[in-house]
Design a protein around this ligand. Structure first.
Ligand code: DX5
Ligand code: ZN
Length: 217
């Protein structure tokens, strides 16, 4: 079954605990936390302090998406704060294999994110060092952007590259219920969604709607 990861980027940051409780009640599988530094992407969000605060408020695994330069400098802080999964961008890591090994050594699961223009080939020599591939279906930085259809082909190519390795393939950006079943068919195992969930009047129902949509073929 496809996993649903609500992105708190579109939640109410002044009422984060409440919004998280809503999606947890709706059956979300993990919580996606977008960390932006104003350098790798043109926006600034949250750091380890907020991850630590979330850790105290939810049992959901925390899926931390680092859109920052030199992520290796902060990986330990995020794991110490309670991140279960740490995803770094291939474009931000000159020593990608080392950074992935660092994440695993700290006891977290390691993910690699690919910007829309980055080919799956970037993963070729780290296939055994990762637990998740995050296919970006928008250029990262903001919630509420339109899904780029090139992600469909990217997901299929990543899936083929992974062979039978038990690696999650997650898709992030512009994911709405009408795309869910085709993304699952492409080989996505996790759907990240921000505005489709927290922009809805009932975020718990939006989690269920996304999951149901992924099931129907
Ligand atoms: C984009 C972030 C996404 C974002 C998705 O830079 O990585 O996680 O929150 O938001 P939606 O689902 O609204 O495109
Ligand atoms: Zn994200």
């Amino acid at each position: 079954m496809v996993k649903i990861a609500p992105s708190i980027l579109s939640a109410d940051f002044a009422a984060l605990g409440q919004d998280v409780a809503r999606v947890e009640a709706g059956g979300a599988d993990q919580l996606h936390v977008d960390v932006m530094d104003g350098r790798f992407v043109p926006n600034i969000t949250v750091g380890p302090v907020v991850v630590g605060a979330l850790r105290k408020r939810t049992r959901l695994p925390l899926d931390v998406h680092l859109m920052i330069v030199e992520p290796e400098r902060y990986v330990a802080d995020f794991v110490a704060a309670g991140a279960d999964l740490v995803t770094v961008h291939a474009e931000a890591c000159p020593h990608l294999q080392r950074t992935l090994a660092q994440i695993r050594e700290l006891g977290a699961r390691a993910g690699v994110a690919l910007n829309p223009a980055t080919p799956p080939d970037a993963l070729q020599y780290v296939l055994d060092d990762l637990d998740l591939v995050l296919v970006m279906s928008v250029n990262p930085g903001f919630g509420g952007q339109a899904f780029l259809p090139s992600a469909h082909r990217k997901i299929r190519e990543v899936r083929a590259l992974l062979g039978d390795r038990p690696v999650d393939v997650s898709v992030d950006g512009g994911v709405k219920p009408d795309l869910a079943s085709s993304l699952a068919e492409d080989g996505a195992t996790t759907l990240v969604a921000g505005s489709a969930i927290f922009g809805a009047a009932d975020p718990a129902a939006a989690v269920r709607a996304l999951r149901d949509a992924a099931r129907t073929r």
